[in-house]
Design a protein around this ligand. Sequence first.
Ligand code: CA
Length: 226
Amino acid sequence: MAHLLLIEDDAAIRTTLLRALRERGHAVAASHTAMDGLQTALAERPDLVVLDLGLPDLDGRELLRMLRAVSAVPVIVATARDDETEIVRVLDAGADDYIVKPFTAAQLDARVRAVLRRGGTGPGEAALTVGGLRIDAGARTATLDGASLDLTPREFDLLHHLATRAGQVVSKRELLNEVWQIPYGGADKTVDVHLSWLRRKLGETAQEPRYLHTVRGVGVRLSGPA
Ligand code: CA
């Protein structure tokens, strides 16, 4: 199961694909314009985006460039234009794969799974462990001493990013950058609030940390209990 974002303006196609992909166990969000799609991609940080090239407000290829400037999310382009030049262009513009309309949900699902496997964010990716914490990026699940943690997508991303840098102090600037995708500005307070929620879910406090260690004036470090 993956968290997908479908950007498609055709209501009939959108509804059919939404239902079919959900039946296949994916969590799917949908947008019917390019700008809404871009915002949703940044806010929800899906595992993969399925992007229709013919959108009402902006050419899908233009959206792909904008998305690529701020995110490495895998993108499958859905195109009615099955000419080779077009396909080469979208792959050059940063698409991970393409699918030519009309296609079935089963075909799309197969592409989605293939791209996620290739990208290393699929269910096959090895889980990260830090002490009693286990973080599975493919399944987007985390457990602490075998008990599953009920995390929001943002809390999960935060924990996952810290786990990839386990043992090192990570600055709030880097977290705003990597987890919130805010390249400039942004408030440290945002990070602090989410860290305090995460801390509560890990059953610890800032005063008596087990995993999340604040290094005053520098950032935060995730490490296993001594
Ligand atoms: Ca369209």
